[in-house]
Design a binder for this molecule. Structure first.
Ligand SMILES: *Cc1c(COP(=O)(O)O)cnc(C)c1O
Length: 386
């Protein structure tokens, strides 16, 4: 009998190849933080653990239950959702915001929907996977320009004059921690009539005045930012995302975006927790200052030891090792020293740039960072011929 395509045997050979390439992946939890110091999370401000954020979620669960019980256009959009949308829009000086379950689905919605099947999408080469998925989903022509090469994008925009164009980029690149040239991109897109969409998953809450994000840090006028995506899942320590920008573009998403329309709204407790986190973030600016200072301290010290660091002024601090083996070896060394920092391998990052991606939180102590640096020093002594 013919072995069906979904049999265990059919997958076994593929799995074997992944394992040989050291590319096999597994989910990791972090339930027990007594064993490890976590340097792989993106709870940048430590708000996932904040009393006011937890209390806001608990209160709404007690009073309203857990699930939202419907999609946003049917009955799932509570006043908690509306309040968070309003506050996020006001905080970012934009007319309107729309909540999504995740940054992933927000990106699918924006890239997949707004062009209505016309024109083209241009993306930075190192854009997050969800932006690329959205571009594929749109069905329109799309290309990726070289990382941060505004000149190349400019050339392409010139070649596609008169077409509807969307330009999408991460604000902070998720695997490198560097920032997009948003001033130049915003100016170019305005001149050329292209829509600039900034995915600020890692910039929001961390960079710029009060954590208003990468564009605010770069001094981009809000009038040049038609649409921005911010996540509630990173600096805010909750879950979900919002697209924030011009009212008619948000209205278009409400009309056309299937990842918004055909899904149950996020639990109201998540919206309430998100709003509480947004408030704490503004009331406790030391969180932002501390996480950035820890990251810069780490980067300088790791660089002095001879590690290849990235040009990052954010809490994301990759150590570029090159091969999958080298990245795994360092990751295991750290694990054996009580620190959790996972190896990131292709296809998440380009071939030959496997890395250990370290990320910092305002909950880390300076002593935690010193311990990490001591382990890195020991590793270099044990593994490098100097
Ligand atoms: C994490 C991330 C997302 C996805 O956000 P989730 O809320 O985790 O789905 C999108 N874009 C970038 C750049 C990210 O880093």
């Amino acid at each position: 009998m013919h072995t069906p395509w979904f049999s265990e045997a059919a997958f076994a050979s593929r799995f074997k190849r992944l394992k040989q390439q050291k590319a096999w992946r597994q989910p990791h939890g972090f339930a027990d933080n007594s064993h490890f110091i976590n340097f792989s999370g993106h709870d940048y401000l430590g708000l996932s653990q904040h009393g006011a954020v937890k209390a806001a979620a608990q209160k709404v669960i007690q009073e309203n239950g857990v699930g939202s019980t419907g999609s946003a256009l049917v009955c799932g959009h509570s006043h908690y959702h509306a309040a968070l949308e309003q506050e996020l829009a006001a905080f970012l000086h934009q007319p309107k915001a729309l909540l999504f379950h995740s940054g992933y689905s927000a990106n699918l919605a924006v890239l997949g929907t707004l062009l209505l099947g016309q024109g083209a999408i241009f993306l930075d080469r190192l854009s997050h996977a969800s932006l690329i998925e959205g571009a594929l989903h749109s069905g329109v022509y799309f290309r990726r320009f070289q990382h941060k090469k505004v000149a190349q994008l400019s050339q392409w925009l010139g070649q596609h004059k008169g077409k509807p164009i969307m330009v999408a980029t991460d604000g902070v690149f998720s695997m490198d921690g560097d920032e997009a040239p948003l001033r130049e991109l915003a100016k170019l897109c305005q001149q050329q009539g292209a829509l600039l969409y900034v995915d600020d998953a890692h910039g929001f809450g961390v960079l710029g005045p009060q954590g208003k994000g990468t564009a605010a840090k770069a001094g981009v006028p809000t009038s040049q930012l038609p649409l921005t995506m911010v996540t509630l899942s990173k600096a805010l320590g909750v879950a979900g995302a919002a697209v924030v920008g011009k009212a008619h573009l948000i209205d278009a998403l409400i009309q056309y975006a299937k990842p918004y329309i055909y899904t149950t709204a996020m639990p109201p407790a998540m919206a309430a927790a998100g709003l509480a986190a947004l408030n704490v973030m503004q009331e406790e600016p030391w969180r932002q200052e501390k996480v950035l200072a820890l990251a810069q301290y780490f980067r300088q010290e790791a660089h002095h030891m001879g590690y290849t660091v990235a040009p990052s002024n954010t809490p994301i601090q990759p150590l570029i090792l090159g091969s999958n083996e080298a990245a795994l070896s360092l990751s295991y060394w750290l694990r054996d020293s009580g620190m959790w920092a996972v190896a990131i391998r292709p296809p998440t990052v380009p071939e030959g740039s496997a890395r250990v991606r370290i990320s910092f939180s305002a909950l880390h102590r300076k002593a935690d960072v010193r311990r990490l640096l001591a382990a890195l020093y020991d590793y270099s002594k044990a593994h490098w011929r100097l």
